[in-house]
Design a protein around this ligand. Structure first.
Ligand code: MG
Length: 247
């Protein structure tokens, strides 16, 4: 058997492991997921926490009254029931890899922010905009995949209304010490496989017609919230993996 590594090579920064160190622990083995198609959601990676797998919303609450989520579930997706309000995951989490898929209504109605609007809020506070942004002009920091009210996506990678689209995010929660911000939240996001934010620090929890800030400290974990903006937006295949940049 070939030698697995070396014990006479230089130490890496930190002084713990040598270059090609034979005693360095191996990465954990997982089974990767499979890609989705328009007809069917793919399988999540084996170590993912599934928030919505297509069958029911038992992992979700209505934000309004913390009772059961009242959105409609059929054919493997959950659809906004206008007026029932935002829903949030029972799971609370922070730094993560997040995957979800959404589809805006195939019957086009309204324009600008009034067409296929919803939203994905990390920690319940940081909105990645969901909108039918296909040939639908609106303000740039409110288009699909924007960090709402702060940063437009690098490109508009929208698919046509009715098509399933994907968000794959790496989100780092902010850190506070007392009332002092130590590090802001940051987001890397792929929309339909295309990078649209690259380690983008945010200005604070997102808001409408207001300037975000970090004046109010908050926990570094929270629920995933999905927005009822009155449009029949659908979601499927929602999962996350707690993320750490140290193996
Ligand atoms: Mg929205």
């Amino acid at each position: 058997m070939a030698q697995l590594g070396y014990d006479d090579t230089p130490f890496l920064p930190g002084g713990k492991w040598r270059v090609h160190d034979s005693t360095r622990p191996q990465p954990r083995i997982i089974t990767p997921g499979t890609a989705s198609t328009q007809d069917q959601a793919g399988a999540p990676p084996s170590d993912a926490v599934v928030l919505f797998g297509g069958k029911d919303l038992s992992g979700w609450l209505s934000v309004k009254d913390k009772g059961p989520a009242k959105w409609k579930v059929e054919h493997g997706y959950a659809e906004v029931v206008p007026g029932t309000g935002d829903i949030e995951s029972k799971e609370h989490f922070g730094d993560c890899q997040l995957h979800l898929e959404f589809a805006c209504p195939s019957v086009v109605k309204g324009d600008s922010q009034g067409r296929g609007n919803s939203g994905v809020f990390l920690l319940g506070r940081y909105e990645i905009q969901v909108l039918d942004g296909y040939q639908n002009p609106t303000y740039a920091d409110g288009i699909t995949a924007s960090i709402y009210g702060q940063y437009p996506p690098l490109v508009n990678a929208c698919r046509a209304p009715g098509q399933w689209q994907t968000y794959d995010a790496v989100f780092i929660a902010p850190r506070f010490e007392g009332s002092k911000l130590i590090s802001p939240s940051s987001l890397t996001l792929f929309h339909n496989g295309v990078v649209v934010h690259h380690h983008q620090d945010t200005l604070g929890p997102t808001g409408h017609r207001s300037l975000s800030n970090y004046d109010e400290p908050h926990p570094s974990t929270g629920p995933l919230k999905l927005q009822d903006h009155g449009d029949l937006v659908r979601y499927r295949n929602i999962w996350y993996r707690p993320f750490s940049n140290q193996a």
